[in-house]
Design a protein around this ligand. Structure first.
Ligand SMILES: [Zn+2]
Length: 71
């Protein structure tokens, strides 16, 4: 029997990458993001990119029918 002192990889801490969304320090829970929010943002970005959904917010809707309001 020979017990060789093997180097435990757990001894070396993992390199924490910065969050790709806000460049903050990522956490082990939401790796590689810093928070579930950033993970959601990335997911949304990925989805929008895949579906190519134009993100256009049009609050002002021109309704020609409202022209008949004059009476
Ligand atoms: Zn973040």
């Amino acid at each position: 029997m020979s017990q060789n002192p093997d180097k435990t990889p757990a001894d070396t801490p993992r390199r924490m990458r910065p969050c790709p969304i806000c460049s903050k320090l990522s956490t082990t829970e939401d790796y590689p993001f810093c928070s579930p929010r950033c993970a959601k943002v990335d997911l949304h970005r990925w989805l929008s990119e895949g579906y190519s959904i134009p993100v256009v917010e049009t609050d002002d809707i021109d309704d020609p029918d409202t022209d008949t309001f004059t009476g």
